[in-house]
Ligand binder design. Structure first.
Ligand SMILES: [Zn+2]
Length: 279
């Protein structure tokens, strides 16, 4: 069995320990098993398949979620304003050349800003609660940009990060899911019935933990990771510095609450208008 599959089985077998079950239940969600991939997920209404497009038979696009809509950059404004209420501090974006992190040439996720030294506990976090809009590159997606309506060679990742150390405790799973659920439903206006939370996991830079992906219409809106282990000789060792690492594509969020067919129309409206004029 693959390492990833083993990990997901371990977390799902003991799901009450690894996932923020209390909050998900309090929002009216129930746990189901996907008839296609066999993984577990949470939904308000019963359904046969998890939120993944491959299990649902494809994703839906051009179908607006919720009643509100925001322009591309307004998403950052409402996101940062909402999280400030919980004490999160907006921080400036970092360069995309990751000089501080020798394992990577380029920043591919918001968490890279804090890797490796803050995540592994060598350095105290400069802020314990942060939100950011970090430009990330995805060279692996270059070939599919334009072939589907949602891929970019570079995009802005909205990040919510909560750090915990031996001396200072902030938020972890239950608070983290409560905050992101309220952002999705109260701020963006997406109905709870339209959101599926998939049980998942994340592994990167020697650290790992369970995660909750949030999806709608077969499209992943983001992923909230609960970093709580490091890998030592293929064994999981619990770490003191537990971290919430939530990442969501700003383009994806703005697109999901719009009625546009592609995320490019939301992200580059002026460029596309000009291109159409010159056709
Ligand atoms: Zn599935």
């Amino acid at each position: 069995m693959e390492f990833e599959e083993k990990l997901l089985r371990k977390f799902s077998r003991n799901y009450e320990k690894y996932y923020p079950v209390k909050q998900l239940k309090s929002f009216g969600y129930k746990r189901y098993r996907c008839k296609s991939c066999g993984n577990f997920f949470w939904s308000v209404n019963p359904r046969d398949f998890c939120g993944e497009a491959t299990c649902m038979g494809g994703y839906v696009f051009g179908k607006k979620l919720g009643k509100k809509s925001f322009k591309y950059f307004e998403v950052w404004e409402v996101f940062s304003r909402f999280f400030k209420k919980y004490g999160y501090v907006p921080i400036p974006r970092y360069p995309i050349v990751s000089r501080w992190y020798p394992e990577l040439y380029f920043v591919v996720a918001g968490i890279n800003i804090f890797q490796p030294r803050i995540i592994n506990g060598e350095v105290e976090p400069f802020e314990y609660l942060t939100v950011e809009r970090q430009f990330c590159v995805r060279f692996s997606d270059v070939d599919i940009v334009g072939y589907n309506p949602k891929s970019f060679s570079g995009f802005i990742m909205l990040g919510q990060h909560a750090f915990n150390t031996k001396e200072k405790k902030t938020y972890f799973k239950e608070e983290g899911i409560e905050q992101i659920h309220k952002f999705l439903t109260k701020v963006l206006g997406i109905k709870p019935e339209e959101i599926v939370y998939n049980e998942s996991f994340w592994y990167g830079g020697g650290n790992l933990g369970p995660s909750i992906e949030f999806l709608s219409n077969g499209i992943e809106l983001g992923n909230q990771v609960y970093i709580q282990y490091k890998l030592v000789n293929s064994n999981l060792r619990e770490i003191e510095n537990k971290t919430i690492d939530m990442g969501a594509g700003m383009e994806r969020i703005a697109w999901a609450v719009s009625n546009k067919l592609t995320s490019y129309e939301v992200t580059f409206p002026y460029v596309l208008r000009k291109l159409k004029e010159n056709l």
